[in-house]
Design a protein around this ligand. Sequence first.
Ligand code: G6P
Length: 608
Amino acid sequence: MCGIVGYIGESQAAPILLDGLSKLEYRGYDSAGIAVYDGDKINMSKAKGRLKVLSELTHDGATLPGSIGIGHTRWATHGAPSDVNSHPHFNESQSIAVVHNGIIENYLKIKKMLESKGYKFVSDTDTEVVAHLLDYYYKGNPLEAITKVMHRVEGSYALGILFSDNPDTLYAVRKDSPLIVGKSENGNLIASDVPAVLKYTRNVYFIENEEIAVITKEDMKFYNVYEEELQKESVKIEWDVEAAEKGGYEHFMLKEMYEQPKAVADTLNPRLKDGKIVIEELNMTEEEIKAIKKIMIVACGSAYHTGVTAKYILEGLARIPVEVDVASEFRYRNPILEEGTLVIIISQSGETADSLAALRMAKEMGSKVLAIVNVVGSSIAREADSVLYTWAGPEIAVATTKAYSAQLIAHYLLALKFAEVRGTVSEEELSELIEDLKRIPEQIEMLLGNREKIQKFANRYVAARDVFFIGRGIDYAISLEGSLKLKEISYIHSEAYAAGELKHGTISLIEDGTLVVALVTQEELYKKTISNVVEVKTRGAFVLSVTNTGNTEIEKNSDYTIYIPHTNKYFTNSLAVIPLQLFSYYISIGRGCDVDKPRNLAKSVTVE
Ligand code: G6P
């Protein structure tokens, strides 16, 4: 999604803004712009396309001198990607410049009101309304104008604002769209995400909903919407700059795939104590765990896919009924959350708009909400009743890999804990399961070692038109993720199907040479899935099977087989996902796609 950076200090602002924006590129964008005050007026440069275009246009920022400025990468929502729709946006006299993340939902109404007062608009964006509305309310006191705008606009926003007649101060405000302030000796910064400021500081303030930051070179103050000053504590960011950089890998996605053994171990190990599972953050007594009648899992994208996997595991091991829903459906379908329902929201970023809305709705309906989140201090983490953090570290590539793997681990831990407390697994089974869990990091490492084999296979399928992923049970859940990975970074049409459903439609699409990826890791379902494999083979499909070591039977019906090492049947997704990720990655490279920043996609979807 869109990115915001702002700077005020002793240095030249433009190069810092461009550098900060480059750290937010992973979020996805289609245009970029910066505005800098030069001691007399605000100058602005903006351009459709990659940040490179803006850097060339401004000679790496040299054409915009000055030490206070704001910058933005835009991911179009209202108005097509274009130079004029890019941010920043000005008021008519160009004395106020604004960058905005989020959506102003009542912008048309406000625009009409402003037009009736003679305001002229140049773009199709909702953001331009904010610039003119600030102008409308501005009587010399920026803070007052900002709070008036906050009372008037509906929707979500993180804003960075410059006033040319208040040139020593940078303003920032947020509601339902993330924003942080970084304090450094060399000046202060605002940003929509931590990586943008890490080069300059690790001391960060998280701006909460409806809070305003008033920032000068040396100082910063925080206010609420009633202009009352607030006391805020800064947070020290522990992870280092390298964690958010490529570190010698060709792409972030590859680096993050290789970080999976660590992400999994870091999520797992702190919760294993003396052969037992201890999840202190859960904040639930044994009585509360026993009283759970139902679990409702809500998430988006790949996080939703980990939820689908979790359903099989929580039901299988802890014998608790589980429903899984995508957040954008859940929030508008008037769901029933009966007493005793535990709601689990899963999110890497902790900022996904639909997941956040689902969380708020569940809380309003009286349910306890547990969040599984990767970004510490994110909105979902802050608003949930309890948080189980995945310790995957910053994930930059749009296509998630290590956060997905860490989320799976969080689900395993929960399922085992619940099963233990509810007495649905024996002590012996539990210790075997824990032993299997402990082996996952090294097993992932081993599978990553197969990289070249998978690369060779992927090279043969670079020109594929359609790919189908099939599986039953947990293998169906992994099919969903395998298919999403492939389509999101390679733009090849792909579908995931519950293998038993094939004959109800999809099998009609199988032609000579169509690639079918069969997931066959559930021993009790081998025979069933193999008959589906035979069905597609008879119709000419080329079959790649992913199965457990030892299941050589499958080779009779597959053209290519990838084996995963032995683990418990509930944990196979953690291993089967590795070849699928590598396969998508190499197909994407073979097709010359932008692996880390696929077209039209965003890392963190902070708008509906
Ligand atoms: C976007 C990302 C996906 C992610 C989904 C949910 O679509 O590209 O990788 O799974 O959002 O994001 P979240 O941050 O809530 O896990």
